[in-house]
Design a protein around this ligand. Structure first.
Ligand SMILES: Cc1cc2nc3c(=O)[nH]c(=O)nc-3n(C[C@H](O)[C@H](O)[C@H](O)COP(=O)(O)OP(=O)(O)OC[C@H]3O[C@@H](n4cnc5c(N)ncnc54)[C@H](O)[C@@H]3O)c2cc1C
Length: 412
């Protein structure tokens, strides 16, 4: 991004420009680096989490935001190794599932993220795991949960296809002086990794960053639409889950009167939620968690060349991206916390065809955004040129054109 456009005298205009141009991911990092109360994270009218600035920010705060905010920059460190043109830094590729049957069932796919989180706590490698769970006061909202037990981890298991801002409490987590693992979306982890470059406290206190592949964050309005499609209404729902409790598991809403409504994953994600993605997710260069130590995804089985969503026992795709991540994976395999099998890197594309397309298209999309809006995030060392060269030129141009038209129209 051209930073000169953001060299304003107050940070209000920095944050406002990010929001106006639809570049905010909603991770919450800006609230954590600003003085307490200066920025809060709130749902906007479109149903996305966005920062609200309440007082002018210092130049120092602004510099920190510019260095780490994923709306402005997504950039690997120069020393990052093992870059695969599609899948980013890789130490190993496996499929796996938790050997704890309950964790495997409650997890989104094979429950591997939860198995790792549980192991990190029970082995004392961390004091807690910072992860997103359903809010304790609103069954449709997400909030950061400090997990210190297997029960906590199981409560947070499963994907929630709605906005989350897990980094907004980062300052308090670091101020605790404790060591913790962080679980977040790829953009949350990229923000934290980039912030670690300017705040050494992060590397001292966060030995593990875990993530999952992500196709984008839907507005909370997507969840409301799912509930209405189920012939219920958001006000009546007391418990809601998007999936998990099986693989992929059903989307399930429970009302106060005990009525239960269900919809399969293909219908909820594939026909409703994925129509509500925020603009920034459509120009995301990192749907696969390249900045994490360990990443999980659905290790879908194939049918007729497409992922097959037939209910089965869960299985995660498991990528170790750093030496620390690989050491952790080997340790949990040895201790039989997970059951894992090696996988050829070429197999990932069959399980995650959408992520292949995204990586190949994103350079065109981000150029289109810059042309349409005059600003775009700065992406670097992500292998985007190489990925683009593998795309069919006509498809690449059509995708860029589609983004240009969208960028002219919607902001979010
Ligand atoms: C918005 C979104 C988009 C996704 N897109 C894809 C995709 O394109 N391809 C794919 O294979 N997988 C995708 N997933 C992830 C996938 O659904 C599984 O989470 C992944 O397979 C890991 O499964 P698991 O059983 O190992 O994880 P689990 O053991 O179930 O752990 C899931 C972890 O994710 C965390 N989490 C859940 N929701 C959120 C959230 N909104 N924000 C931050 N953290 C959260 C939980 O705290 C938990 O720690 C997406 C998930 C989300 C939330």
């Amino acid at each position: 991004m051209d930073m000169t456009q953001f060299n304003s005298s107050t940070s209000n205009s920095l944050i406002d420009k990010i929001k106006e141009n639809g570049l905010c991911t909603g991770c919450g990092l800006c609230a954590a680096v600003a003085p307490v109360g200066a920025i809060t994270i709130q749902l906007n009218a479109s149903g996305y989490l966005r920062p609200m600035v309440h007082q002018p920010l210092s130049g120092e705060t602004e510099q920190q935001i510019k260095a780490a905010c994923p709306a402005l920059v997504i950039k690997h460190a120069p020393q990052v190794s093992g870059q695969h043109p599609l899948w980013g830094p890789l130490q190993s590729v496996r499929t796996a599932y938790s050997s704890d049957a309950e964790i495997r069932r409650q997890g989104s796919s094979g429950g591997v993220i939860s198995a790792l989180a549980d192991y990190l706590i029970s082995s004392g490698k961390v004091d807690f795991v910072a992860q997103v769970a359903t809010s304790t006061h609103d069954p449709l909202a997400n909030e950061l949960q400090i997990s210190r037990s297997r029960e906590d981890v199981i409560r947070a298991a499963g994907s929630r296809y709605a906005p989350s801002a897990p980094l907004q409490s980062l300052r308090a987590l670091l101020d605790s002086g404790q060591r913790f693992a962080f679980v977040g979306k790829p953009c949350d982890v990229a923000a934290l990794r980039q912030y670690a470059r300017i705040n050494p406290q992060v590397d001292r206190q966060v030995p593990y960053m875990l993530s999952f592949m992500c196709a984008g964050v839907p507005s909370i309005k997507g969840t409301h639409e799912v509930i209405r499609k189920l012939s219920s209404s958001p006000e009546k729902v007391v418990s809601f889950r998007y999936r998990g409790d099986g693989w992929p598991g059903m989307t399930r809403a429970v009302q106060a009167d005990g009525q239960v409504f269900e919809m399969d994953y293909n219908s909820s994600w594939g026909t409703i939620l994925n129509k509500h993605l925020q603009f920034r997710c459509k120009i995301c260069p990192d749907g696969t968690g390249e900045f994490a130590d360990v990443v999980c995804a659905d290790a879908w089985y194939g049918k007729d060349g497409y992922p097959d969503f037939t209910e089965r026992d869960g299985r995660s795709l498991l990528l170790a991206r750093t030496a620390a991540g690989e050491a952790l994976v080997r340790e949990v395999m040895q201790r039989e916390v997970i059951v894992a099998s090696d996988l050829a890197v070429e197999e990932i594309a069959k399980m995650q065809p959408y992520q292949v397309d995204r990586k190949r298209m994103v350079l065109g999309r981000v150029i289109a955004t810059r042309l349409a809006r005059g600003v775009a995030p700065h992406y670097s060392r992500l292998g985007l040129v190489k990925a683009s060269l593998a795309a069919k030129p006509v498809v690449w141009l059509k995708s860029a054109w589609g983004t240009w038209r969208r960028a002219k129209g919607e902001a979010q």
